[in-house]
Design a protein around this ligand. Structure first.
Ligand code: NOJ
Ligand code: MG
Length: 601
């Protein structure tokens, strides 16, 4: 039997090699030469790893992660199979919102390092074949920005850089100005702040220190394009764009020169200072936004031509699916890859296999033909995968994000199943939580628990820092949940993740057709098949018990024999085992990847 297994594996490996064939499949409009892949398509099937620089690796012992720390860990990321890293903002900032309040888009925050450190990171990354994606924050700057200082002083050219409005004289108190409208900040309370110097209010959709830029001023549009060009000229491979659907507010010209009040949402759980208290027809999802994104795409295309490397653009908008897919492009204009947050918002630990299938199918139904799908399992704003879905679904969710078509986005730590850490009210740093002024319920709003430092090993501060105190405390469970121990273990979240990343690079996953099936409430099967390539089958068992899965109904699956390419922590099957197509035993809470031994033809 061993000999047969070895022969079959040998055959499979030989067949899996580069083929000089043309492959056409999946929702793409490009034909790809499978024998000679070009660098141009790297982004269509990339594994993008999100780094929250503050919490990844501290190289200088100040308790804060930094650029040299990231450079030090690049070999780890390469070994894992990461194609590109997206770093949350690394620019000069007072850190009210931990870098999303930028003072200068062309300077590095000193606590993260210097421009030399950045250049070194970029060069090292290029050398080993990892691309760098920066976080681009166009909706607002920090209030220490030179542009804001000039604007509040009405310096010529800068008068309209931000969203300014006169106040309404208070009917009760003489000399007191009330905000121009009832708009509320996402971080609670009025979105308008009085500016003494200018004797006007300015808009801030996030914290007070994050004034909103005014995209109705063409100078702002040019200014931000110049920022993009600055970093593209340095050689970065693209951008993740922050809070894109907040970019425009209605034009007061259309409302008798005033900003109109937003209507009440009717949310019974919201109090008048909460963002959710109102609905937001005048401050979110305005159609003007899309053209700006398409213009950025054109700019990135120019750099793509120049550098011979596709420059990726990914946009963040928590919005309805119709509005979201419009970022992909419209008419003859191309846009961005809008983050698909459906794994974050539309499924949870109670979702069954049918629910998950429907969420996958919904996105695949809406995505325009020829565009690149993407799957997001976590980010620095959301509770961690293991805390949202439960540790026993970590492998399943990671596997789905890696086997489905398109780009996979992994937030640091999700590959080892990190959980949310505990952060006391006293230690809380996130402005979204601090703004609740509520030492009891603050945690419901806090993003600190999912931003605690990365667990490298079981040493002091989880190997993140040599400091006695880190900017946020390290989560308690680092001695059991850490990379070093998962690398040593025969089965672990990390080992599984890495194995599935390797499978993601196969032609079936990169270019193959997708088939999703819920065999029952508990069994979800994802199949990827490309002509003349070994097929890939991912199976998830969401139940506590073993299930025997008969894959015969997937007619396109050739032959009867499959081998295990990746096996999650709860699976009894080991890698390289051979299984029969009509009788695959999947243990409770197991996620498993099988590979066909025969080509799909
Ligand atoms: C979205 C970012 O992901 C979040 O961290 C930040 O607070 C807001 N945008 C404001 O920039
Ligand atoms: Mg440091």
């Amino acid at each position: 039997m061993r000999l047969i297994t070895a022969l079959l594996l040998y055959a499979a490996a030989a067949w899996a090699g580069p083929l000089d064939v043309r492959v056409e499949s999946g929702p793409r409009d490009v034909r790809v030469e499978s024998g000679a892949r070009s660098a141009a398509d790297w982004w269509q099937t990339a594994l993008v790893y999100q780094i929250y620089p503050r919490s990844f690796k501290d190289s200088d012992g100040d308790g804060i992660g930094d650029l040299n720390g990231i450079t030090e860990k690049l070999p780890y990321l390469k070994d894992t199979g990461v194609d590109a890293i997206w770093m949350s903002p690394i620019f000069l900032s007072p850190m009210y919102d931990f870098g999303y309040d930028i003072t200068d888009y062309r300077q590095i925050a000193p606590e993260y390092g210097t421009m030399d450190d950045f250049d070194n990171l970029l060069a090292t990354a290029k050398e080993i074949g990892i691309r760098i994606i920066l976080d681009f924050v166009p909706n607002h700057t920090g209030n220490e920005s030179e542009w804001f200082i000039k604007s509040k002083n009405r310096e010529p050219g800068y008068e309209n850089y931000y969203v300014w409005a006169d106040g309404i004289p208070s009917p009760d108190k003489a000399g007191v100005m009330l905000p121009p409208s009832n708009w509320i900040s996402i971080f609670r309370k009025s979105a308008w702040e009085w500016c003494e110097e200018r004797q006007q209010f300015y808009l801030h959709q996030f914290v007070v220190g994050q004034p909103d830029l005014n995209y109705r001023d063409p100078r702002v549009q040019q200014e931000m394009k110049d920022v993009l060009s600055y970093w593209l000229d340095k050689g970065v491979s693209g951008f993740r764009v922050d809070a894109i659907n907040m970019m425009y507010e209605v034009d007061p010209k259309d409302f008798d020169g005033k900003y109109p009040d937003e209507p009440l949402s009717g949310d019974p759980n919201a109090n008048p200072e909460d963002y959710e208290y109102l609905s937001h027809p005048y401050t979110r999802d305005l159609l003007e936004t899309y053209d700006v994104v398409y213009d950025w795409r054109d700019l990135l295309n120019e750099h793509t031509q120049k550098d011979g490397e596709y420059k990726i653009l990914m946009t963040e908008a928590y919005t309805d699916i119709e509005l979201m897919i419009r970022y992909y492009g419209h008419g003859n204009r191309n846009g961005s890859i809008p983050f698909n947050f459906s794994f974050l918002g539309d499924i949870n630990n109670h979702s069954n296999a049918r629910d998950i299938k429907m969420i996958i199918d919904r996105f695949m139904t809406y995505i325009p033909i020829g565009k690149t799908a993407n799957w997001v399992n976590g980010n620095h704003d959301q509770s961690r995968l293991a805390s949202r879905h439960g540790t026993n679904r970590v492998d399943a969710m990671n596997m789905l994000a890696l086997l489905l078509p398109g780009v996979t986005i992994t937030y640091q730590g999700e590959e080892i199943g990190m959980t949310d850490g505990y952060v006391s009210w006293e230690d809380t740093k996130d402005p979204q939580a601090c703004n609740t002024d509520d030492p009891i319920n603050y945690y419901k709003k806090s993003r600190d628990p999912n931003r605690t430092p990365y667990h490298w090993d079981d040493s002091n501060q989880a190997g993140f820092s040599t400091a006695n105190q880190t900017w946020l405390p390290v989560a308690d469970n680092y001695k059991t949940v850490n990379l070093a121990s998962q690398m040593k273990a025969s089965k672990s979240h990390y080992k599984f993740y890495k194995d599935v990343v390797a499978v993601k690079k196969s032609d079936a996953v990169r270019f193959g057709d997708l088939d999703t099936r819920a065999f029952s409430e508990n069994i979800l099967v994802v199949t990827r098949l490309a002509h003349l390539n070994p097929g890939i089958v991912g199976i998830v068992n969401l139940s506590d018990e073993d299930q025997v899965v008969d894959l015969s109904s997937i007619k396109m699956l050739p032959g009867h024999l499959l081998y295990v390419a990746a096996s999650g922590v709860d699976c009894s099957l080991d890698k390289w085992q051979i299984v029969l197509k009509n009788q695959v035993t999947v243990s409770g809470h197991c996620a498993i990847v099988l590979r066909t031994l025969l080509f799909n033809c």
